[in-house]
Design a binder for this molecule. Structure first.
Ligand code: SAM
Length: 286
């Protein structure tokens, strides 16, 4: 096994692809082959992956509804010095996926927990959306019921960091409408659909326009989604920033980014560099 001396058990948290099988790492394949056991969210689903890569390690099921006896059995294997690799259906385990309780208990038992990093829809979306990445909040899936969903969005409406959600095809249209109603139609957002797959789409616009876009074509609602919402401006900047955004929107229709930013800096007195960055964001998400 990669890092552990023989006879020492370890729990490996192994990321698997979120669509494109080429995204699995060599290290992930090696660890899955060498492990004594693979704990998988759905063994039937994961057996397609293991077959594809010639991995013959025994798969056992482990998910959020697994009995505590199943979790105990995995911990017993680990305590006996065997190595277990945890995988989920796609991407990084524990990120809106099962595994938290197992990892927490393994660490309490002083079993080494070793991440094998790789694909994750959250980081893939953030890296390509063109929204600020220096600070962000990940909220997982919004609640299914509209009341609870709107309440959550309201609690995030003044959040200045980029806000990121996962969403399913069944709820994406309703969620976007609620986002538009609560965050405001002018707020910039980006939809990342089917990342790494054939129909990969990365589409940025105002929430008003995105909400219309998602309803315009059934195909736009197919697949898996990450939604990223631009953070709110700082309270003392709200009036000025809104006005600057309005001017940038108009000028970017006609002018290159640099010129539009320079003109808005002259009109508003805001910093040229900050406006240039903002203009790039607005331009990049069109
Ligand atoms: N653990 C996974 C990860 O690392 O991203 C996420 C698992 S969560 C149960 C599944 C959700 O992740 C999907 O409903 C969707 O919101 C998002 N997702 C997964 N794969 C995706 C993809 N290829 N493109 C866009 N979103 C994806």
């Amino acid at each position: 096994m990669a890092q552990q001396p023989a006879g020492t058990g370890a729990l490996y948290i192994v990321a698997t692809p979120i669509g494109n099988l080429g995204d699995i790492s060599q290290r992930a394949i090696d660890v899955l082959k060498a492990a004594d056991l693979i704990a998988a969210e759905d063994t039937r689903h994961s057996s397609r992956l293991t077959q594809h890569f010639g991995i013959t390690t025994r798969l056992v099921s482990y998910h959020d509804f697994s009995s505590s006896a199943r979790e105990d059995a995995i911990l017993t294997e680990l305590s006996a010095g065997r190595s277990v690799a945890l995988i989920s259906d796609a991407g990084t385990p524990l990120i809106s996926d099962p595994g938290y309780s197992l990892v927490a208990r393994a660490r309490l038992l002083k079993v080494p927990v070793i991440p094998i990093p790789g694909a994750c829809a959250l980081t893939a979306a953030l890296s390509a959306a063109g929204l600020p990445t220096d600070r962000f909040v990940f909220e997982g899936f919004p609640p299914h019921k509209q009341g609870a969903r709107k309440q959550l969005f309201e609690s995030l409406a003044a959040e200045q960091r980029t806000v990121i959600f996962y969403e399913s095809p069944h709820r994406i249209a309703d969620s976007l409408q609620d986002m538009r109603d609560v965050f405001g139609g002018q707020r910039l957002a980006v939809i990342c659909r089917e990342l790494t797959k054939t129909w990969e789409t990365i589409h940025g616009d105002s929430l008003e326009a995105l909400s219309l876009w998602i309803q315009a074509d059934d195909n736009n609602r197919r697949g898996e989604f990450v939604v990223l919402i631009h953070g709110a401006p700082a309270p003392d900047q709200i009036g000025l920033q809104t006005e600057a955004d309005r001017q940038l929107h108009i000028l970017l229709e006609e002018l290159p980014v640099k010129q539009a930013a320079a003109l808005v800096a002259k009109i508003t007195g805001l910093k040229k560099n900050a406006l240039y960055k903002r203009a790039l964001e607005l331009d990049g998400t069109r």
